[in-house]
Design a protein. Sequence first.
Length: 272
Amino acid sequence: MEENNVSPVVDPSATEDVTITYVLHSCFVAETERAVIVFDYWKDAPDGRLHALLEQTQKQVYFVHSHYHPDHFNPDVLTWNVGAYHQPILLLGADIVRRYRVESPRVALSMRAGDSYEDAELRLLAFRSTDVGVSVGVTLRGTGTTLFHAGDLNNWYFAAGDSRLKVLPDEMEGLFMSVLREIMATYPRIDHLMFPVDTRLGDNMLRGLAQFVHHVECRHVYPMHYWEGYEAMCSNVVMLKDMFPKTTFHLPEAALCVALPDEARNDNTSAQ
């Protein structure tokens, strides 16, 4: 049941021609009538929902990975056979291809900002990030439904003096807004936005998401990348419903959170 425009645990979320299922951390599955698109797979959910889907699907499978960070990419996808007969189509950040020395025939696109891929099912465009790799927009053929997965694109606006901050807050703000302007020029409206709400940012955890939804009309928003900060993420995202009454915010299940690795607690996740 929805309370205004906040949907608690809509998983999967079925809207028109696509079903969005949250897996874990920054991984989502978008399933259409003929395709399964997996974004930033790292680990499966405790119930094994991704493996179960991929083992039985008869649809074309796409693995879309924004960058090499281990919480956004699992090298198992390089040898993963899915479904009854389909080989997955790999759309990988160029940094992944370089680090793992993936042979070019295996990869449909080694993504850098400005690159594109299209086939009978979808059209993908790669944009810059404020961290490593890319963010990606996908338009579904036929209906024109748009999906955007931010990867690690965010306004990483850590407080001044924070050890994780390697650029000044105002510089980060300017970098994020410059990427956002490029996205706005292509997508004045996005149907499904998957975006980080990283609780390490404290009071600024919603800054990037609020700026994005303010500038780009978004019908559905799916928070991600919140680590073990589930309660903080939910309580903050709920506050956005009054700011953006035309947007539905989909909150994941409480069980779908992961512990922040020790090395990431003080690691900088902003631009290098």
